[in-house]
Design a protein around this ligand. Structure first.
Ligand SMILES: [Zn+2]
Length: 61
């Protein structure tokens, strides 16, 4: 099967904002897998409440 769904490909129009509710830790990632890695890394290190929000990146010119 070819990639009909562009789930894993890098989409320039989408960014993932990793934000912690228990401290000021935050990251912006271009890929969901990296965002989830950052999330689980911070959560396992601190036991904080971390969340990933998918955002639309601003248009770059
Ligand atoms: Zn935190």
């Amino acid at each position: 099967m070819s990639r009909a769904l562009d789930s894993d490909s890098e989409s320039p129009s989408q960014v993932y904002h990793v934000v912690c509710h228990d401290c000021r830790e935050e990251h912006v990632s271009g890929t969901e897998s990296e965002a989830e890695a950052l999330l689980s890394e911070h959560r396992s290190a601190t036991d904080h409440d971390v969340e990933v929000a998918a955002l639309r990146a601003p248009e770059t010119t």
